[in-house]
Write a new protein. Sequence first.
Lengths: 263, 264, 266
Amino acid sequence: MSGAEAFCRERPFKVNWPVRCAWFAAILYALYAANYLDVSWARFVVGLGNGATFLAEMVPPDFSRWQLLIDNLIETVEIAIIASAFGVLFSLPIGLLAARNLLPSWVTWPARTFIALCRSFHPVIFAILFVKAVGFGPLAGILTLVFASIGFIGKLFAEAIEEISLKPVEALRASGAPFISVIIYAVLPQVLNRFIGFASYQFDANLRNSTMVGIVGAGGIGGTMFAAFQRFDYDFLAAILLSIIGLVMLSEFISIRIKRVFQ
Amino acid sequence: MTTRTGNALAAQPERSLRVEHLVKAYQPGKPVLNDISFEVRGQNSVAIIGPSGTGKSTLIRCVNKLIPPTSGAVFVSGENISRLSGRALRHARRKIGMVFQEFNLVERLTVMENVLCGRLGYVSVWQAWRRTYPQDDIDRAFALLESIGLADFVHQRADSLSGGQRQRVGIARAIMQEPHVLLADEPTSSLDPKTSVEIMEVLVQLSEVHRIPLIINIHDVELARRFTSRIIGLSQGGIVFDGPPAELSNDHLKTIYGGEAWLQ
Amino acid sequence: MTTADHYRWQRFTPRERLARFAVFLGFAVALAASMRTVEVIPEFLYDAPTQVLDLFKRMWPIEYSYYPEGVHHALVETLHIASLGTLLAIVMAIPVGILGASNIVRVPALNWLAKLILVSSRSVNTLVWALLFVAVFGPGALAGTICIAFRSIGFVGKLFAEALEECDPGPIEALTAAGAPWPSVFLKGFWPQAAPAFWGIALFRWDINVRESAVIGLVGAGGIGMVLDTAMNLFHWDRVALVLLSIFSVVIIAELVVTNIRKRII
């Protein structure tokens, strides 16, 4: 253990100046940005006071309008289910088309661009545009989440396919199997587990996001929540937030169970 | 089963492979394979020997157009493969069984699914998806797995098998295609010496039982001599020896591999 | 194998098939039920292409001249919110992540506490966090920054805790056996192993935060979202187009920056 003694006596590790400078720069930047944004300690403290009243008003949560709450939750779940179903359905072929190791670039390029477009805007922005296009209500929310799902699963699925071993693909091509059969036998078994993982993750994400798209009028519990905010109805708000968290936890529990079936 | 195959054979022309003036150049002017011609027919096993990088793998893959040849023609049982594409090419590939150096099994599927993969060219996509193969195929697959000693592994996943067992599955998959010619690309290179011998025995025996001409890429000259009836020596993209193993002399080997120290 | 004439082969055992069938059936029923009861007006769906086209027509031509006057400041503010929020999140996520790593802190109660913080941070959506903090701090960038920071703790902390738990115990045992004090064990044993993952996670989160801070303004939490909200309320679609284009460019640039830095540090 002589190494440990040396460790205590001298400094076997060199001081890493670039890293220190980076930390210093980060602190400087934080100060500058705080100043730019007018973020100050005084405002923070005032806010904390508000926060205390805010929290106090949230307790106890008001579940008296449970009928409305349940209706909204059901709509939220419906939006999430439909959006996930179609999102997964579309992202399977699109992800496949975007895999550069299986298909020529004139196929992958449009698919990759489409996925990139779906990803680059936040779902809320899609929601706003769809609300303008198809009016208020769950349809806008469904369309939003379908696109969000394609952006997310499509990309991950394409990456998963690009990481597979091409050896079985070569073997099945050599045996004269049709392209789709090659995909079914040589590609899907290698990526199916991951795909199911992505899909169930996306279902959770859709559930969380479908609580959000309502804020801009795209259906689900978000609209009611936003209204509660604007009316300073904080005890009802607390009830809504608690039910959302409960819903998300329930869906995570279910998706763990479902993943086990496909193991 | 045997009678069925027997009748089918009687009706068909003899199974054969003919390669004519095959040239493959990845870069123009620098051919990897230069004017290769040979013919294999009937129950005949041929070893293609040569140093690494001399185009053995390319030659095998040019036969089934996994790699498109630059020029020349390949005939399987009289049918010209080199002009085909699309569906016709797929149907032609069914007649060419292939065994790979690294087995190329689908690791996550069971042994049976891997063997049935050999029938994918014959069944529809829908049948493949539903895993509903004709009973005939399933019977043959079981018989084949029994004959190569894998009957107890039918339901195991391929990634739970040893190297030798995997290669047997690979061979069974190729035989399931009912091919007219069996190509093996360095089938023993990933295996230990004892297993290599066993695999060569399985290959030669199955090709004899099913009367399929067998072409083996192999760098191990001793294995080639022991198991095949004809050896083709490849060097720098051309054929430098073609004849029975007995005629393969040290001089030939020197031309094929270069140097002589290793011959002792 | 059997006394029957033919061998039987099926991919799955009856039990497995039953479980799979049940899952598929469950999905199908849930989907069918949702499709039946969700209040979608089909006419709106058929009308959608016309409406979208109309929207694009109103967006064109994009009012570029509005950029210096109305968009630039908000865009810079958005970037600051994202960066400062990420920095705050990093500072807060490190201790929470350490608490959550069961191979460092061997007190299950503390692990659970950390998990609770991380889960609640993640299961509330950014926009909902933004609403909460706007209610607390009033509209503006302060609410936005805190919102981004709180939302990011869960993400960064969870992945950091996982990276710590994956650390090779060898060097750590050696340090502990040598009697090194706890901070040294962490700094010389755990940190060097987890640092690349940690910076990767932080960068990734910054990238996400750029996207998110662009929309939290819709509920009043500062940044370019507020400009977007105003332009939409006034039906200035040509300005909306400009804002969307700016967001798009910044998002793409952020992604390029992150990809390049990642390549260098990992």
